[in-house]
Design a protein around this ligand. Structure first.
Ligand code: GDG
Length: 465
């Protein structure tokens, strides 16, 4: 029997999808695997000394998982090192934050080898393998080296950078060559596919055929965009839960008639939080008449605390939020509610619904699921307005949002102003079109499209010889 094997860095299906605090990737994958009798393989998130290579098999929230413990050197060099200090900043266009260390590189290769060695015995002849994200780019190559002939796909959740940026990475050619061990490489947007293809053509002498078929390094693969979505049905059900309803009402009470702008993000420099706070400060400075009549609620869950750039960002945001509140707060009004704790999914759903403006302004983002969740949470009779960065992958699909340049404080501030005064009729028209897109391009479609494409050999594609 053919099974789907999903491989990702962390394996953390929420035990109960309603109350989990899992990130976008975890929610998307568990939703996909629950329906399928698949297997999810990856790092347990724990370390052991010494490394044993032993797997622990479990069933979590209806999903069969195979967990591997790594050692502390792996965690430092592979996860906190190459993945989060090298690839993440580079792929998000922050070469200034990139840390190149040979040991990170070695750790990355070692962990990908460990993944390949421990996964190998679990692979049946008809299984198809789907590798997730930037932590595991070389895994396909390591599996091929060990004789795996199965169809293997790769999906990148973050942006693929322009070739001039990518080429600042030592051994960038090797990284790209690993992409050609897969049968299918999937990206969030057409823009990412174009950036990948551009590198392949100019730096690897690749030839481009029809239907995204591309050949280089002696292999023919397919590169295509598969924009990820949310589990819209599950989200709508969560929204109807008692807890979501409670949080919606609690927010309305605490708003006391004021308009609420809302940001929900992992505390990450790619999310444009500093620029968002500054844009909000500009809005307040330019519109004294608004004082006391609105506030920004920013939920920013702490993330990757071990990495210096994240600690530095936290410090700067603490200062900036203090400065804004210091300058504008009155005895009965706090303009910026800056919250670092995480909320349950159902609580978050209620909070989204109460927001008049959803502020999603990353400087770079593969997709951004918060934009889609915000839309899915709105009251169809009185929907809020989504203000969305042109640099989020979601902007390629969500054209009825107010699209902004997150680097321009005036641009963002004006869009918020426009959203707050937008007539109901226009809000409804925009929301209906956005919601239709969120429903149509949901996570099941993302999974089905990718898996169907992975199963189709290149020779069976119309127009490809
Ligand atoms: C990567 C890519 C791509 C946030 N705070 C809480 C909470 N969240 C949830 C949100 C949302 C998820 O985390 C964040 O997803 P994003 O898509 O916005 O961003 P990343 O975590 O950076 O995800 C991204 C994604 O992968 C999928 O491909 O879209 O571009 O960077 O679901 O709701 N959830 C709960 N409490 C919180 O406080 N429960």
């Amino acid at each position: 029997m053919s099974r789907l094997i999903v491989v990702s860095n962390r394996v953390n299906p929420p035990a109960d999808p309603g109350v989990g605090t899992a990130g976008g990737l975890a929610m998307a994958l568990s939703a996909a695997l629950r329906e399928d009798k698949g297997l999810w393989f990856g790092w347990s998130g724990h370390t052991v000394e010494p490394y044993t290579g032993q797997l622990s098999m479990q069933v979590v929230g209806g999903v069969t998982v195979a967990l591997l413990d790594l050692d502390t050197q792996d965690e430092q060099e592979y996860y906190n090192g190459y993945a989060n200090r090298t690839l993440w900043p580079l792929f998000h266009y922050r070469p200034d934050l990139v840390n190149y260390e040979r040991s990170f590189d070695e750790g990355y290769e070692r962990v990908n080898t460990r993944f390949a060695e421990t996964l190998l015995p679990l692979i049946g002849p008809d299984d198809i393998i789907w590798v997730q994200d930037y932590h595991l780019i070389p895994l396909g190559r390591e599996l091929r080296k060990r004789g795996v002939k199965n169809r293997i796909g790769f999906f990148l959740h973050i942006p693929w950078p322009a070739r001039r940026i990518l080429s600042t990475l030592p051994r960038h050619a090797e990284l790209v060559e690993s992409m050609f061990s897969y049968d299918l490489v999937g990206f969030q947007t057409e823009d990412d596919v174009e950036a990948f293809t551009d590198y392949a053509i100019h730096d690897a002498g690749a030839a481009l055929e029809k239907d995204g078929v591309i050949s280089a390094y002696g292999r023919r693969i397919r590169a295509r965009a598969f924009p990820i979505g949310i589990d819209a049905t599950d989200f709508e059900a969560t929204l109807k839960s008692e807890r979501a309803e409670l949080f919606y009402k609690t927010m309305l009470n605490s708003q006391a008639g004021r308009k609420m702008l809302l940001g929900v993000d992992r505390l990450d420099y790619s999310k444009g939080l500093e620029e968002r706070f500054t844009a909000y400060e500009t809005l307040l400075a330019n519109n004294p008449g608004m004082h006391g009549h609105l506030f920004l609620l920013q939920i920013a869950t702490r993330s990757r605390d071990e990495v210096d750039a994240y600690q530095d960002l936290r410090g700067r945001l603490d200062n900036l939020s203090g400065k804004i509140n210091g300058a504008y707060a009155t005895v009965d009004w706090v303009p910026l509610r800056y919250v670092n704790r995480a909320y349950r999914r159902d609580e978050l759903a209620g909070i989204y619904r109460a927001a008049d403006i959803g502020l999603v302004t990353p400087l770079r983002d593969g997709m951004n699921l918060v934009a889609k969740e915000y839309v899915a949470a709105q009251d169809p009779e009185n929907p809020g307005v989504l203000v969305l960065s042109q640099f989020a992958g979601a902007a390629e699909q969500m054209k009825e949002a107010l699209i902004v340049n997150p680097l321009s404080r005036e641009d963002v501030s004006e869009a918020v102003h426009r959203g707050l005064s937008m007539p109901l009729k226009e809000r409804k028209r925009r929301w209906e079109s956005l919601m239709e897109n969120v429903r149509r391009n949901d996570v099941s479609r993302w999974r089905d499209d990718f898996v169907a494409c992975l199963k189709t050999p290149i020779t069976e594609l119309a127009g490809v010889e």
